[in-house]
Design a protein around this ligand. Sequence first.
Ligand SMILES: NC(=O)c1ccc[n+]([C@@H]2O[C@H](COP(=O)([O-])OP(=O)(O)OC[C@H]3O[C@@H](n4cnc5c(N)ncnc54)[C@H](O)[C@@H]3O)[C@@H](O)[C@H]2O)c1
Length: 311
Amino acid sequence: MQEKIVVTGGAGFIGSFLCEKLVEQGFDVTVLDNLSTGKPENLEKIKDKIRFVQADITVREQIDPVFSGARYVFHLAALSYVGESVQRPSDYNRINIDGTLNVLQAAKAQGVQRVIFPSTCIVYGDTSSVPVPETEPLNPNTPYGFTKAAGEWYCRMFNDLHGLQTVCVRIFNAYGPRMRQRVISKFALRMLNGESPLVNGNGKQKRDLIYVSDIVDGLLCGLKISPQQCGKTYNIGTGTSHRLTEVVDAINSELGTHTPIEFRPAVAGEAEEMTASTKTAEKVLGFKAKVGLREGIHQTMEWFRQHPNRN
Ligand SMILES: NC(=O)c1ccc[n+]([C@@H]2O[C@H](COP(=O)([O-])OP(=O)(O)OC[C@H]3O[C@@H](n4cnc5c(N)ncnc54)[C@H](O)[C@@H]3O)[C@@H](O)[C@H]2O)c1
């Protein structure tokens, strides 16, 4: 019999790719999503092979029936935009903290064995450690970062106090097809229209950009590790960073254009460089990112060419 897996937030950018891979691997996949930022068309390829439940993680009664009989839960449902979180901290608190607590409580009540939770490098705040190891003290400086750090702590507590196995992965800067409202998708859409990409600051800030198929591989490692390695957090990055100006160069080269950057004032509190230390993930999860920037940008731009109105 196929093992049941629930993916909260499965209609979103990362979640939809994760679901495709889980279906390919023969799991019985159920998506729980309220479609607030996710889109049914993200699941188009697998819509006949999964169960989709439109439900909200802030309503506990809506979660339990979906988790019933599941062995694993990937909990991706969240609000995940740094700038928006500054404007809407209560919504971020309610969905990312209360919602995550609901998911953990429902998982425990329904006898789920393991929950895998994607956190974010934003929990490190404006750190000067390069590369940043998992042991770096957390210093979130935005509501989004704070709510994901709280989610990690709740996961660890449920692992240690309630015997619900949990695995947290801190994803660095995700990109790929179906992404929305983030730096690379904004660059892509403007540059496809011949408009200058808008860059805050001097463009020299460096980011560890990780392609979505690598993120999916990193999340799947959460299924394989031993119970002794649960209750911990692992960085999921490439270990290499690129300046935003390099990203613009890569898009220009992909499009065969020479569109110049329009520079904007720097944003206070933005880290100069954020690069993952990948040692622990390599050693414990056996995880290593495979897709380089050029290839990832090629795949991403192919998709945006075909979906010019998606952001
Ligand atoms: N994209 C990144 O760069 C990145 C980096 C680190 C971590 N993450 C984490 O990965 C996860 C997925 O991110 P994404 O980029 O795919 O975002 P996304 O917005 O594309 O996906 C989130 C999904 O959650 C759903 N959702 C939101 N609130 C919900 C609620 N109350 N109940 C049920 N469903 C709800 C949305 O409809 C959407 O389908 C998030 O937990 C995010 O914090 C993302």
